[in-house]
Design a protein around this ligand. Sequence first.
Ligand code: DQA
Length: 146
Amino acid sequence: QSMLILNGPNLNLLGTRQPEIYGTTTLADVEDMCRAHAEKIGVTLDFLQSNHEGVLIDALHAARGTKGGVILNAGAYTHTSIALMDAIRSAEVPVVELHLSNIHARESYRHLSYISPVAIGLICGFGARGYTLAMDALFSYLEGTG
Ligand code: DQA
């Protein structure tokens, strides 16, 4: 199996950005955790972060036609980007929506997600651990067992 973990705006600052909400684990730590987990479960992993909506869209287009899946933490684009929603729809690739924080327990403007209607499922509120949880969920989905 192959997986792409895609992180959107401001997630490059993970670890130092509002640590009371997002924790002190950096994105490099998350990538290390995910790479170790990928090796353990036997998947090929790509890991990408961009602050630019178009770059995220291009990455989703590139995932089109591959047999893998995508784990997407779209950051604040989650709540604004119809373009990302359309890209997921057109990519015809399974996407797991991910958030470190529980977006439903936060400000009301974070309650709406344009990603959720086009995602196979959503993991939020478990901090950095959510990334490996999402990998397990996507793995089961790709294997046809979940
Ligand atoms: C986030 C939640 C979003 O509301 C926020 O804009 C982020 C991070 C999360 O991982 O909890 O940038 O996606």
